[in-house]
Design a protein around this ligand. Structure first.
Ligand SMILES: Nc1ncnc2c1ncn2[C@@H]1O[C@H](COP(=O)(O)OP(=O)(O)OP(=O)(O)O)[C@@H](O)[C@H]1O
Length: 308
């Protein structure tokens, strides 16, 4: 299980303070997949780093299977596998197999056990054929698979993945998602961050929407859909700053917008056609997270009204 309680992280650079996480409380139950979703700089990586004991929180605490990241670092490390995006995480000249054996030896596995486990995991992530190839020849997809294999070397119950499919082609991303689903079947608890809403829709049991270090909404996809309500799909030929974030498609003459019913009273839109739809995760994201700059320098000096 993964739990955070009022987790706050403030970075201090010279005299400036950046609140990367602001009182975050989340919970991912055993055997479930949680997804962190938010803009660049929202705080997702910082949260994953705190959970993997790489960064200490300023206040609050986080627990991996009940072990505190601030007081029981060693126990936490035994319980987690971290999959990060850094390509420099492996030795370039060593083969995939030797890399895994090297890292396993750091974690205290005997050479025999490490070799056996490394071979099993290379098979599990689909890299068996490449096990004797130096890491420097690996594509991004293969690097990610190897990072996952390394995270699984000690068979940890909890996996933390920062953008696991970033930079992967369609087929590699699909394969990677299938592997993540297999891990769920093995009862692993997973927290991942992603920018790909389709991926989150496919994988996540619980979704956490983060905006500027705060959780602005969380729940299953169905719960978030209910919170967002119906969405109006509108065709209009006029656009303004208030509604720009809702545009999903534009032609020479028209814009197609999707605006949650609950927000329609707050904006001005002259429309030609309107149709009521169920919300997608894109609509949910725009509703709760929106544009990060949305409220900077744009005072809402008058109430916005829908006019036909
Ligand atoms: N070591 C650090 N020192 C100072 N500020 C930092 C540090 N790490 C992160 N930050 C700041 O904390 C905030 C959150 O960053 P974080 O990397 O956690 O966001 P993110 O949601 O993972 O973004 P991305 O999607 O771009 O990876 C940002 O404003 C970032 O600039």
């Amino acid at each position: 299980m993964i739990e955070t309680v009022d987790l706050t992280k403030i970075f201090k650079i010279k005299r400036k303070e950046i609140k990367a996480l602001d009182s975050i409380s989340i919970n991912v139950e055993k055997g479930k997949i949680g997804a962190l979703v938010g803009h660049n700089g929202a705080g997702k990586t910082t949260l994953l780093k705190i959970l993997s004991t790489l960064v200490l929180p300023t206040s609050g605490d986080a627990f991996i299977n009940g072990y505190s990241v601030t007081r029981e670092e060693k126990k936490v490390r035994e319980n987690i596998g971290l999959v990060t995006v850094s390509e420099r995480a492996f030795y370039y000249r060593l083969t995939a197999l030797d890399n895994l054996i090297f890292f396993a030896s750091l974690q205290g596995l005997s050479l025999g056990d490490a070799r056996k486990r490394a071979n099993q995991l290379l098979d599990f992530v689909g890299l068996s054929e490449w096990k004797n190839v130096p890491y420097m020849k690996f594509s991004t997809g293969m690097q990610k698979k190897l990072a996952l294999a390394r995270a699984l070397m000690t068979d940890p119950p909890v996996l933390l993945m920062d953008e696991p499919t970033l930079g992967l082609d369609l087929v590699s991303a699909r394969e990677f998602r299938a592997t993540i689903r297999k891990l769920k079947e093995k009862n692993k608890t997973i927290l991942l961050s992603s920018h790909y809403l389709r991926e989150i829709e496919e994988l996540a049991d619980i979704i956490f929407l983060i905006k500027r270090g705060k959780i602005v909404a969380s729940g299953t996809l169905d719960e978030l859909k209910r919170m967002t309500g119906k969405v109006l799909e509108i065709i209009t030929h006029e656009i303004n700053d208030e509604i720009r974030k809702f545009v999903i498609y534009s032609t020479d003459k028209d814009y197609i917008l999707r605006i949650p019913e609950t927000e329609i009273d707050k904006v001005t839109v002259h429309y030609k056609e309107v149709e009521e739809k169920d919300p997608t995760l894109d609509d949910i994201y725009i509703h709760f997270v929106g544009e990060v700059e949305e409220d900077i320098g744009r005072g809402r000096s008058r109430p916005w009204r829908l006019r036909e």
